[in-house]
Design a binder for this molecule. Structure first.
Ligand SMILES: [Zn+2]
Length: 83
């Protein structure tokens, strides 16, 4: 009976230790990402997403139709919004 308590305690402690390690790893990765993001801070990337002013759909800036008031997903929405 006592043997099982030792086994269970070992499993619980092992699990707690594993969780602790994982949390530390995640924190280090998050700090690393924040450093990289700070280094890359500057003009928006070419893959940036814009939002259609008419229907609100998100699309890559490179595929957007430029209107007088902003980006649109297609020429028809630019026409509908701007007349
Ligand atoms: Zn649209």
């Amino acid at each position: 009976m006592f043997k099982w308590l030792v086994v269970i305690a070992a499993v619980v402690l092992g699990y707690a230790w594993w969780r602790h390690q994982r949390r530390q790893d995640a924190q280090e990765r998050a700090a690393e990402r924040a450093r990289h993001a700070a280094q890359r801070a500057g003009p928006p990337a070419p893959g940036a997403m814009v939002r259609c002013r008419h229907c609100g759909v998100y699309l890559p800036a490179a595929d957007a139709v430029r209107g007088g008031l902003g980006p649109y997903c297609c020429d028809e929405h630019r026409r509908l919004a701007e007349g």
